[in-house]
Ligand binder design. Structure first.
Ligand code: TXA
Ligand code: MG
Length: 341
């Protein structure tokens, strides 16, 4: 039986203690962060970590991110960071940011899928931080979704997939950002963005003067890659799906019209809804508010999928700021089936 604990309004101390001991004792807890929900286990307990892989159906060559509550935990788990890594940590932790660092032996091999590095993240979400502090162990946590499905951003979307598979689900309402953290690895002194997120390449450049975006951010990854997660089908609804984008509205709208089927659902801009009066249309956000799109997109994909359309058409965004991360996710949601004009 999975227990649901409601921390939406207040964090109850007794329940917090129960969550902490559940994690310490090798059980699984789903909890909110500012990005998406995570399915967490004691990162120092190889058996508990193995249970995460089983619950998600995750490939075991895809490493997990380890969540910490403070810098002491970072130093315990990893070797001394380089000055650039230190700069990045000071600038973006706590926050929606994951840094790949050299790991110490105490982190079990299955956490890092046999790599000698580990992804470290210090969430800023209050519930997440209190849970990790209370557990007093680092918490390995991938996004709370069955592998290949859209990441969970509210418990209504998570309950069905994980009921009975985890001990506790902590409800913290809808996650603020809605897409996962920016994953960065410093290679030869240059920060490489392996997975884009709310912390943008520009933000990173502002701090250390230089940044690279990994070539697999928009491309399909095969074989050996820096970020194993990029190899897998991800964020995908079960229905057929195509993403379409043009900076010019007329071209975008015309292209969508060419693809419409009798039972298409469009996920698109508030400003474009009026051009499709006879098609089911869900708004992902406004053209000038990409944060809104990032917040809504995974949950909308799940919602639309439940209606079994013969096609989902998603309007894409401009690849700048958080738009880089949104396009990275949408391209994968549509299994690389997209048109940019
Ligand atoms: O926002 C987030 O990061 C969420 C919340 C729960 O914190 N977590 C999350 O975890 O998205 P997950 O497991 O769904 O994604 C982890 C990503 C994968 O793409 C994985 O390949 C990459 O991080 N990763 C983890 N450890 C790595 C390592 N040592 N080297 C390279 N990439 C790594
Ligand atoms: Mg994930």
């Amino acid at each position: 039986m999975t227990k649901i604990i409601n921390f939406k309004e207040t964090i109850n101390q007794k329940e917090l203690e129960e969550i902490g001991s559940t994690l310490r004792n090798g059980k699984l807890v789903i909890f909110p962060t500012e990005t998406v929900y995570g399915i967490g286990a004691n990162a120092l307990d190889a058996k508990a970590v193995d249970d995460i892989f089983k619950a998600k159906g995750r490939a075991n060559d895809n490493p997990l991110i380890v969540h910490v509550a403070n810098f002491d935990m970072v130093h315990e788990l990893t070797y001394e960071p380089t000055p650039i890594e230190k700069h990045l940590m000071d600038a973006f932790m706590p926050g929606p940011f994951t840094l790949i660092l050299k790991k110490k032996k105490m982190i079990p091999d299955n956490v890092s899928a046999g790599l000698d590095t580990v992804g470290i993240r210090m969430p800023e979400n209050d519930i997440a931080r209190k849970i990790i502090e209370e557990a007093n162990v680092p918490v390995a946590a991938p996004s709370a979704n069955i592998s290949s499905r859209p990441s969970g951003t509210k418990i209504e979307d998570i309950k069905d997939e994980f009921d009975g598979k985890v001990d506790i689900i902590v409800d913290g309402g809808e996650t603020k950002i809605g897409i996962e953290s920016t994953v960065v690895k410093v290679i030869d002194g240059i920060p490489n963005v392996l997975r884009p997120g709310k912390i943008t390449p520009e933000d990173i450049k502002d701090v250390v003067g230089i940044v690279k975006i990994d070539e697999h951010v928009y491309k399909k990854a095969e074989g050996k890659v820096e970020s194993p997660g990029m190899k897998y089908r991800h964020y995908a609804p079960n229905s057929n799906c195509i993403m379409i984008y043009s900076e010019q509205d007329e071209i975008l709208i015309e292209e969508i019209k060419k693809h419409l089927t009798p039972n298409t659902i469009i996920i698109g801009y508030l400003e474009h809804q009026k051009y499709f009066p006879t098609t089911k249309f869900y708004v992902h956000g406004s053209k000038n508010n990409y944060d809104e799109i990032s917040h809504n997109i995974f949950s909308l994909l799940r919602k639309v999928d439940k209606e079994h359309p013969d096609l989902i058409i998603i309007e894409g965004v401009k690849k700048e700021g958080i738009g880089i991360a949104i396009m990275n996710r949408l391209i994968r949601s549509c299994s690389y089936h997209y048109i940019e004009k």
